[in-house]
Structures are given as C-alpha cells and as structure tokens.
Design a protein around this ligand. Structure first.
Ligand SMILES: Nc1ncnc2c1ncn2[C@@H]1O[C@H](COP(=O)(O)OP(=O)(O)OP(=O)(O)O)[C@@H](O)[C@H]1O
Length: 242
C-alpha cells in the first residue's frame, strides 16, 4: 500500500545560544504510523517535537503537515489542524473530574455548541484509554498512572490526526506500562502516533519504525529489527545493552 506523508520537516533547526539542539533535520512521517523517537539525553528529541507542536519556534527550516506549511503557524492553530501533544509532566486540571478534563479538550475542538456531543466525545476518549469507570473522580485524586491516561484522553478528545507523546510511560509501573501499550495500539487505529520513549520494551512493542537522534541529528531510521542491529546505534545509544 502506498504511504501517504502526514508530516515532513526540511532542514529543521533550532539553536539555544551556541548549542544546536535540532540540526537541519529532514524527517518524514506517514499517515497511520506509530513512530518512536529514541536517543540519549540531550539528543534534541523534546526540542524536535516542540518544534512540531509549535511550542518552540524554529531558527531555520520548514514543517509541512497534512499538505499545509505550518512552519509559522501558532501552537493553538496546529492543535486545530490536528496535532495533539502531551507533555512529559502531568498537564491536567486536578480539581475537575476526569470527565470534565476530557470535556475541556473536546470542547476546544467542537466549540460550545452541543453539550451532548462534547460529552459523547469526552466519554469516547475516556473509553479508549480505559478510564470510563473513573469519570466522576477528581483528576487530582487519581494515581499517577491514571493521571497520565487522563492526559492521553485529553489528547484523543481533540480527535487528532497526529498524537505526539513525550515520554508517556515515565513513572508508570510495569502493569500500567502494559495497559498503556494496549491503549496506544487502540489509538493507532485512528491516529498517527509519534512517541518519544526511553523504555525500549515499549518502543519494540509499539513502533513500526524508529528514528534515532543524536546531537540534534537523525543518526538512523528503520524498523525495530534494523535499529537494534545497526552498529552505529549500538555504539551511540543501545550500548550493547539489548
Ligand atoms: N530552552 C532551552 N534553553 C537552552 N538549552 C536548551 C533548551 N531546551 C533544550 N536545550 C538544550 O538542547 C539540547 C537538547 O535538549 P532536548 O531536551 O531537546 O533533548 P532530549 O533528547 O529531549 O533529552 P531528554 O531525553 O533528556 O529529554 C540539550 O543540550 C538541552 O540542554
């Protein structure tokens, strides 16, 4: 089946003072993929996805998304264009219920028009992450792993074409990680997923393709199999550990 490009960067660059965090990156993501970005600390992964979401402005280069040049589009418009982004840190409204949190995200997509439609979209997002039973609980009272799932549900309630997750399994227990893998497999049926992930078990379980970053550049790209066998990747990142 022919691959359709959803997102493409050319020469994407961001410097912080003398440091080039993202260095002329050419990157392509196809519709329907689950792609993992891996690489050592400081490789530029978070900066790269920050450029994609619009939270960080590029110094040079371009970003095309869904056939449109979004290089200079502000972050809130990128969300409306179909890019949802969840952060490394929990980003929910703790005093509100789980359902209200998802509804806030759904409302930002659907507007204030139909309350029933907003609630239905919020409930569908909670069902997708397995949180339906907890919808009346205060989000701030939930266990950390469940709060992370609320965050993913908020992303899903935006009905994104692309869901970007920055270290989503950080701080989760093994059981929560197993559940998260199942959640993302479901999500991948309707959205393209771009995942920064340090846990290689999660990467291997989910990613169709892996992009390895080092020093702001793409060091390698390929299937999990190709990446684990790549000598340059082993030397730079996997350290022979896998
Ligand atoms: N706002 C900033 N100001 C100055 N330097 C920054 C800023 N943000 C990132 N950097 C630097 O840019 C480089 C890339 O950082 P980035 O957070 O993108 O890496 P990363 O691959 O996501 O790392 P980690 O896995 O630790 O999250 C690092 O050297 C970092 O210190």
């Amino acid at each position: 089946m022919a691959e359709v490009t959803l997102l493409e960067t050319r020469g994407l660059t961001r410097r912080f003072g003398g440091l080039t965090a993202v260095d002329a990156v050419d990157f392509r993501l196809s519709r329907g993929e689950v792609r993992a970005i891996i690489g050592p600390n400081g490789a530029g992964k978070s900066t790269f996805v920050g450029l994609l979401s619009g939270l960080i402005a590029p110094g040079a280069g371009s970003i095309a998304f869904d056939g449109q040049d979004i290089t200079r589009m502000p972050a809130h418009r990128r969300v409306r264009a179909g890019i949802a982004y969840t952060f490394q840190i929990t980003n929910i409204y703790p005093a509100m219920t789980v359902l209200e949190n998802a509804a806030i995200a759904a409302q930002s997509r659907l507007g204030t028009g139909s309350e029933a439609a907003i609630e239905a979209a919020a409930r569908a997002a909670l069902a997708a992450v397995g949180l339906s039973d907890l919808e009346t609980r205060r989000a701030g009272d939930l266990a950390y792993g469940h709060q992370r799932l609320v965050e993913v549900a908020m992303g899903l309630a935006l009905a994104p074409k692309l869901l970007i997750l920055d270290e989503p399994t950080q701080g989760l227990s093994d059981a929560e990680i197993a559940n998260f893998i199942a959640v993302i497999r479901r999500v991948a049926a309707s959205a393209t997923v771009l995942l920064i992930e340090h846990n290689m078990d999660v990467v291997m379980a989910l990613a169709g393709r892996i992009t390895v970053m080092e020093n702001g550049r793409i060091l390698a790209e390929g299937t999990p199999d190709q990446i684990t066998r790549d000598p340059a990747v082993q030397a730079a990142y996997l350290g022979g550990a896998s």
